[in-house]
Design a protein around this ligand. Sequence first.
Ligand code: ADP
Ligand code: ASP
Ligand code: MG
Length: 466
Amino acid sequence: MRVLKFGGSSVGDADRIRDAAAIIQSSASAGTIAVVLSAMKGITNLLLQTAAEAAAGDETYHAHLDQIRLRHGQTIESLFSAADRAVVLQPIDDLIKELADILRGVQLVKECSPRTMDLVVSFGERMSCRIMAAFLDSLGAPAIMVDARDLVITDNYHGSAAVDFALSYRLIAEALRGLAEIPIITGFIASTDEGVTTTLGRNGSDYTASLVGAAVGARAIEIWTDVDGVLSADPRCVPEAFVVPQLSFKEAMELSYFGAEVIHPYTMIPAVEKNIPIWIKNTLNPNAPGTRISDDPTRDRHPITGIASIEGVALINVEGGGMVGVPGMAGRVFSTLAQVGVNIIMISQASSEHSICLVCRQNQARLALEALKRELAHELEQKQIERFELIDRLEIIAVIGEKMRGTPGISGKLFSALGDAKINVLAIAQGSSEMNISFLVHQDDARRTLQVVHRGFFDADAGRTA
Ligand code: ADP
Ligand code: ASP
Ligand code: MG
């Protein structure tokens, strides 16, 4: 079996759905497949917005709900003959009514809990999958919408729930075994064992596809998106970025963790476990070879495979002579941040131990700083800690490649390129795996940094090491 996942842009309107359906049909004629879909492009964001507006008592949520209804309605109108439209529209209208009731409830209680938020966003995938299944049927390719909430079981950490792999694998395998129709499975959404709707985190449909692939022992997991593959950098920042033909699972995980949103980082977990290659393919250009992610990538001569970045971060620097040689200081810092739910993205500590430097999301920076000041108030008073520093509006840039290990001169090349371009680096971290060098720059320098680094490592002639 092969698993094909189509992202929001690949089901963004009637034309894209036609393209995706053609790929599904030709894949189905070559063997057994399962399909995973995202919501139509922009719908998840609109759903989040309606819920936030309803909770704030802002009546604009009605207009946004109408917009959601209209997008789906227009798509159905374009895809189906006049005779079929009403039948396809009915279940979508029922879902919109159910959603309107939920939003009315949110407005009344004036709050939208993470649990309700997950329920609200689940409507996007539930609608797109119904439309695709009906459309394939109308083309003479029998398909059935499958609600992943019956198959993917998670804990109740709403917004980014953790999967019960053994149970989910069993349920998925049972549901798909011997199915006559092409299953069109809702990506991103799941449920607790009590049937409460959860989600796997933004971009989580990729992860659903990989869970399905692992459950059925698929031959390949194909992520169909709007670019020709994983590129050497985000094409919106670096126009000369080129397709990387092959990547290892680790490189893909690192790149996606450090911001390459073309694939969700967790996607690699089930694929590694069952050793299933992942392909990134372009719905708009299906004949392009794409990127193959596997445990045995063909190695070319590039020491680095890609550059990625995480925007909207802040740096907190805890500084003081009294931390030198004191065991447990880093532990206290990290557990304090964990207690207030702050996720640390990057850490760097000089071997003098004079300062600990932490990077977190901008929107959590003040919470983190306050928590640290509370926890370390005594040390501050005793002058063991001299100061806390917060620097806002930064971006992490990460240079990634397994082949960097044992290749001398990478850091030299990197930092001299930055120096020549007069880009100020605020902190640096390199894991001992040596497959990632990450550093911090001011947000205003980020775009230029990505371009300078890309140029520093690759020729203008795409794909050639400089
Ligand atoms: P989908 O809707 O198919 O899930 P996403 O928008 O989640 O698509 O991911 C695809 C987008 O990721 C691309 O359009 C591109 O702008 C962006 N992107 C960021 N970094 C990279 C990268 N290194 N390689 C490819 N695409 C990238
Ligand atoms: N629709 C969800 C999102 O926008 C999941 C996905 O697209 O993968 O995040
Ligand atoms: Mg995506």
